[in-house]
Write a protein that binds this ligand. Structure first.
Ligand SMILES: [Mg+2]
Length: 240
């Protein structure tokens, strides 16, 4: 077992499954369905709506306290962002806004995909004796549904969902609890995921190795306060 740690904590969304990454294309596609309702003629008009919605969403999620609360109700948060985005452009129909937000939630859910090397990588790590935890933020019901849909439950020694545990990343106790359940010290563990703050900066402060998953080659964020132990573009690189 050279090079591998005693335990690995995995993120779920946009690490094992592709869930919310690169939303621009999905928004454009969805808004085209609603072009008539929005009286938005042509690509430019659709683009204006997309930008307004996505800017409101970014502003919404940038408030830490609000984000921690709304992570447990993503569809509700999405309704608020779409309402605000449309209001900015002069639309006053909140029912239409909610309808669009809910359609986006459904579109995303329908398009969740397991990353192709996820099962094989996780299974190979476990076979090599690495203890595995799945540590995910979000609502219990939503996250459990994904875990079941993508046959992940039996692949992990411990599963920890924010909505069940009562606390989410980047709270230090989230990582400590998972390590405790795996019977492993921080210095013998990796955290793997796509969120720089949650999966690199916070765990590294506790002594874990932060492995940043960067499948779209986005590069280390400009505001980064720590350097990841390692950057991977594919999950299978963990086995190399
Ligand atoms: Mg993630």
């Amino acid at each position: 077992m050279t090079g591998l740690p005693r335990a690995i904590l995995f993120d779920l969304d946009d690490t094992l499954i592709r869930a919310y990454a690169q939303p621009e294309e999905a928004w454009t596609r969805l808004l085209n369905f609603f072009a008539a309702h929005l009286d938005a003629q042509g690509a430019e008009a659709i683009e204006r709506v997309r930008q307004a919605i996505m800017e409101e969403a970014r502003a919404f999620w940038s408030d830490r306290a609000e984000a921690a609360k709304w992570r447990l109700d993503i569809p509700g948060a999405r309704r608020l962002s779409v309402r605000r985005g449309l209001a900015r452009l002069g639309y006053r129909d909140e029912t239409l806004a909610d309808h669009i937000a809910d359609a986006f939630t459904e579109l995303r859910r329908a398009e969740y995909r397991l990353y192709p090397d996820a099962h094989a990588t996780v299974d190979a790590l476990r076979q090599r004796g690495v203890k595995l935890a799945l540590v995910t933020n979000g609502a219990a019901e939503f996250q459990r549904a994904k875990i079941e849909r993508f046959e992940l439950g039996h692949r992990f020694d411990h599963i920890q969902i924010e909505g069940e545990f009562g606390m989410g990343k980047p709270e230090p106790d989230v990582y400590r609890h998972a390590l405790g359940r795996l019977g492993c010290d921080a210095c013998d563990a990796w955290m793997v995921g796509d969120n720089y703050e949650w999966e690199v900066e916070a765990p590294q402060k506790l002594g874990l190795c932060g492995i940043w998953y960067d499948p779209f080659d986005a590069g280390i964020p400009a505001h980064a306060t720590a350097k990841p132990t390692r950057v991977i573009r594919r999950l299978a690189e963990l086995l190399e």
